[in-house]
Write a protein that binds this ligand. Sequence first.
Ligand SMILES: [Zn+2]
Length: 468
Amino acid sequence: MSLKLFNTLSRSVQDFNPLDPAGKSVDLYCCGPTVYDFAHIGNFRTFVFADLVRRYLEFKGYAVRHVMNITDVEDKIIQRVRENKTTLREYTGKFEAAFFEDFQALSCLRPHDTPRATEYIADIIALVEKLVARGIAYRAADGSVYFSIEKYQGCGCRYGQLLKLNFDEMRPGERVSSDEYEKESVADFALWKARVPDDGEVAWPSPWGEGRPGWHVECSAMSMKILGESFDLHLGGEDLIFPHHEDEIAQSEGATGKPFVKHWVHGAHLLVEGKKMSKRLGNYYTLRDLLGKGFSGREIRHLLLTAHYRESFNFTLGGLQGARAALARLDECADKLKEIAGTTTATAEPELIQKVAAALDEDLNMSRAWGEIFEWVREKNKLLLPDNKLSPEQAAASLGAINKILALLGLEKAGAEEIPAELTALLEQRQAARKAKDFKRSDAIRDELKAKGWVIEDTPKGPKLKKL
Ligand SMILES: [Zn+2]
């Protein structure tokens, strides 16, 4: 069966076919975090959704290249750097590290490339130069470079591919310099912003004088540099459709004359406790807030994966309790199967896997997938309880199926037995180094484990590894 996904470009559910003529590889770009603060649970809905897309494509046998940028220079960041009297790198480095800790706590697979905007300034300038050379961008009196929507449309390109825009109601000829604006005020937008006193030290030399890139052009430059001028899939939250993604298309297609992205897939908003998240309403949660309330990354991920990605979803603490109960039912069934299977191994039974895949092929229909999974658990429980009717082989085959599904969804149960052998070996080497008072070596091993996402916890029974 082939995967169908909603494409914001066509506003319809379409068969997903990669550009690769062999049909084997998929290039995927998802707009990453703006590292000016801790990411909130609404941000993480998008990243968990992108992770599901990647995992499912890999499950279907595609070789996926997943790129997620780090926006480490834009309006809000510069404001915070100024307020905190610090440097850009110091400020963003702290929040970037925190972001990846959270990302890992939610079992999101690390993208293959996580480019930082500040490391692609030369590519950004080259892209802006291309647009200037084609007459689509121009330098204004203030030294900033703007994208001309009129010139772009004059070249036969269309502005408003993701969102229908009524140009008659807009105010032509105006310019916007800030990164975020409403569609009513659509206008020429900034590609390169000339340095102003408020920017402090945040500036790079360019053919138009010192300045810094606009947010939108960062993503065009980095995605095309890494994945090429045309690629398969661009993901992001629906709040990015306008202006960010519309501007990404305009900048990229304006520079190359080629279609930028084949499938645009957007995840819907997250409400928290029935309302739009706001610090004032007290329903604003970072991942850390939720972990602090005693919920696990796995429970949070489960709840984020219960709804269809295109439906706005109401995230509640009650829902997290429900996620805990749901996972406990799954784990209980899997534990029982494991007990019966013992050391017996068997090929995973295909039925559950096929049913879940059929649901995910239909535009990632997670609610249907969960329906299938819990129906399966009910059926197994009937065979397991009160008296077990399964042979060890049957139990092993069922266990193989549920484990495959949990791995596909990134919801494997964390447990001591799942620590990879190489890490256990490292832990033993660290103990030996400590015994020999080689603290340099033991610290290096600790850092290596940390880089792999594990921390060492001292317990009465000796040191143990725990996932970050
Ligand atoms: Zn972006």
